[in-house]
Design a protein around this ligand. Structure first.
Ligand code: ADP
Ligand code: MG
Length: 355
């Protein structure tokens, strides 16, 4: 399988290459399933999402995977920021100053996003879809190449000051008082999707599972007689630390190392500071552990924007106590509570921050 994969890559376009590598992974993963585990992979928002269930019967697991498949399809359709669908229609309505009808899940995600935008002083801002598009980040095909957009264009979008707080919610009707608002839930949707998936599994009587989108995950229950073991990726490659998940926890990492624009020697990661319109570069990654995925996901994005100067203030405002940051030099900064549970690989310089 690996040999075929290597030969084909030289002939294939980038996205076909990705699908092939995905298929290769899927069959490899299926082969390495451990006793007691049931696994399935899904593709949502350009990411492979793997669900591992422990201790369920075959029929129960198959039923759960079938439910998740249709739910993920619906979420992908509902929340996608650039594939034409319900969210792009809402964005068109906003741009024209018209009210829009939304699904309950979009209304709920907007409500939660508004909360996080407020608590993070606008560092997390899901209304900057036009800026994300201008930077070319409305793609699943990374890295993208070429110079950044012109400063004049960036300034023009920042000056229009889009904010999720410009959106008025009335039942399922959403209206924006600012036509520059373009919703992009890229910083929170994965977390919310993982929460919904966990709820579905629990409702179907599954007691132990991990729902994992490339290291962003929520785990509940256990792996039989031991806890779920979680690895945290090193922005420089490999694994920087490991920990054991509690009874029900979300662990999310935002980083600048995977999705970015490359322009010769310069790299422009896909997380933007809404106040400047430019990508943030201070931190290589931020990992947040909290109860729910939507909060962990949005918080990790916000803390990347907050950077080394402001992260403590923003983490406090969000009510977080388990945060790990890694700077560009590979140094780790972490809260005491995070330090009590993570085990670093050898040689990582760390600084514990008293909260
Ligand atoms: P990842 O998808 O790599 O885990 P994030 O969760 O941090 O990364 O989400 C990044 C995505 O969020 C971007 O691709 C973009 O769609 C959106 N985004 C970028 N900057 C911000 C921001 N400041 N606030 C909210 N969303 C953002
Ligand atoms: Mg995020």
């Amino acid at each position: 399988m690996i040999v075929i994969f290597a030969i084909l890559t030289s002939y294939m376009s980038h996205s076909i290459f990705k699908i092939l590598s995905l298929l290769t992974c899927l069959s490899l993963i299926a082969c390495t399933q451990k006793p007691g585990e049931q696994k399935a992979q899904f593709f949502i928002f350009g990411t492979v999402l793997e669900v591992t269930i422990w201790g369920a019967g075959d029929a129960q697991a198959q039923q759960a995977f079938a439910s998740l498949q249709s739910q993920f399809q619906e979420m992908h359709h509902q929340w996608h920021a650039w594939e034409p669908g319900p969210l792009t229609e809402i964005n068109q309505a906003f741009a024209s100053g018209l009210p829009a009808q939304a699904s309950p899940s979009i209304v709920e995600m907007t409500r939660r996003s508004q909360l996080i935008e407020e608590q993070t002083g606008g560092r997390f801002n899901p209304a900057i879809g036009a800026l994300v598009r201008l930077w070319g980040f409305h793609t699943s095909d990374y890295p993208i190449e070429g110079p950044p957009p012109g400063q004049v264009k960036i300034d023009a979008l920042v000056a229009r000051n889009p904010s999720s707080l410009d959106i008025l919610l009335n039942g399922l009707t959403m209206t924006s008082t600012n036509p520059a608002v373009q919703l992009d839930f890229g910083g929170i949707a994965k977390g919310y999707a993982i929460d919904i998936a966990c709820d579905t599994l629990k409702n179907l009587g599954i007691d132990n599972a991990i729902v994992n989108a490339g290291g962003d995950l929520r785990a509940f229950g256990s792996h039989g007689d031991r806890p779920w073991r979680i690895a945290i990726r090193d922005p420089g490659g490999g694994i920087i630390a490991a920990l054991e998940a509690g009874q029900d926890e979300a662990i999310f990492t935002s980083g600048n190392y995977e999705r970015f624009r490359q322009d010769n020697e310069s790299r422009y990661p896909h997380i933007l500071d809404p106040r400047t319109g430019w990508p943030v570069k201070d931190l290589a990654s931020v990992t947040v552990i909290t109860r729910e995925g939507w909060l962990a996901d949005a918080a990790a994005t916000a803390l990347i924007v907050a950077g080394l100067d402001d992260w403590v203030k923003v983490a406090r405002a969000l009510g977080l106590d388990q945060v790990l940051l890694v700077d560009e030099a590979g140094k780790a900064y972490l809260t005491e509570k995070m330090n009590q549970r993570v085990e670093f690989v050898a040689g990582v310089e760390k600084e514990i921050v008293i909260f």
